[in-house]
Write a protein that binds this ligand. Structure first.
Ligand code: XMP
Length: 309
């Protein structure tokens, strides 16, 4: 940690108050560490002048909306917008990952902008951290949360811009946020759209979501989450043969991806208990019958990226 957390919080709170004065501020809260810490930090400076908007794009993990509602209802001035049909319809038939990101980014801005206009806000708070803009400048992948809303005259506030993830976590803890938020694994803005490979359907999203939930529960039950940067499932487009009773059956090939990392710039594959992997595979194939085969990703970053798309 290159910064002193108390000093950082004091200076940032003062700077937000000085900048914002009596105006309203909005933030697109994703429920991840960065936007959560940015929201609570700003809220400690300006209270309900900050409105946190959570957009349900239908590409979320299981129980995510409930998690956000339960976690932030008493901490933030929170608005939840259900736009899931709009996003899933806009993605219909789209297979190219960057096209998916573009559509999600545009749809997100459209939904957010509509609400922002109604709110009368003058400022947009963003949870941007250093790797977001460093990777974007290097043009590795487009991150939709860096795109400025079109036609919306909002001044941007990015209090975490110079920080890396581990530093954001320290600030979150110093603000009194619980470990469930501070150590929450990152989740990409485009959500399950980049973890359901190829075209997106509600059915494929459901299958990926159920499998992901089983992996998550097992990782957390074993306490493995403390050692992992991200752990998730990827639903491939590959159909493979399985057997149910005496009958051959065709289903999806699912990939488990679990990585260690400090800042997502590089990542490596940890040793994982074999019985844990076997339990996860058995539970997934028995509780999600559309999946006939579970495999494990063992590629570091580089040469792979963390996400599959
Ligand atoms: P990659 O796959 O590039 O991911 O190794 C690095 C980190 O960024 C996340 N990620 C994204 N986050 N929008 C986001 O907000 C995106 O389009 C996106 N793509 C990847 C990924 O989960 C990992 O933490």
């Amino acid at each position: 940690m290159i910064i002193d957390e108390k000093e950082f919080i004091e200076n940032t709170v003062k700077s937000i108050k000085d900048t914002v004065k009596d105006d309203k501020v909005i933030i697109a809260l994703s429920g991840g560490v960065d936007s959560s810490v940015a929201s609570v930090l700003a809220s400690s400076a300006i209270g309900d002048q900050l409105e946190a908007i959570f957009v349900d794009h239908g590409l979320l993990r299981k129980n995510e909306v409930e998690y956000v509602r339960d976690t932030f209802n008493d901490k933030l001035n929170l608005t939840i917008i259900d736009a899931s049909d709009k996003f899933v319809n806009a993605l219909n038939g789209v297979t190219d990952p960057e096209k998916k990101r573009e559509i999600i980014g545009h749809t997100f801005i459209e939904v957010f902008e509509k609400h922002a206009k109604k709110s009368g806000a003058k400022f947009l708070l963003q949870g941007t951290i250093a790797p977001d803009w460093i990777e974007s400048e290097g043009n590795i992948k487009s991150h939709h949360n860096l795109t400025l809303p079109d036609g919306l005259e909002l001044k941007i506030i990015e209090p975490l811009r110079e920080l890396y993830k581990d530093e954001v976590r320290v600030i979150g803890s110093a603000l009194g946020l619980p470990d469930t938020i501070v150590h929450r694994q990152p989740f990409p803005g485009p959500g399950l759209a980049v973890r359901v490979l190829g075209d997106i359907t509600k059915e494929k999203l459901r299958i990926c979501r159920e499998a992901d939930h089983i992996l998550t529960q097992n990782v957390e039950k074993r306490g493995l989450d403390k050692d992992l940067w991200q752990y998730f499932t990827v639903l491939t487009n590959c159909k493979v043969t399985g057997v149910k009773g005496d009958i051959r059956d065709v289903g999806y090939l699912l990939v488990l991806r679990m990585v260690q990392s400090l800042d997502a710039m590089t990542a490596n594959i940890p040793d994982l208990p074999w019985d844990f992997l076997h339990d996860v595979s058995q539970q997934i194939t028995s509780e999600v019958p559309e999946i006939t085969h579970v495999s494990l990703s063992i590629s570091d970053k580089p040469p792979s990226t963390i996400e599959f798309e």
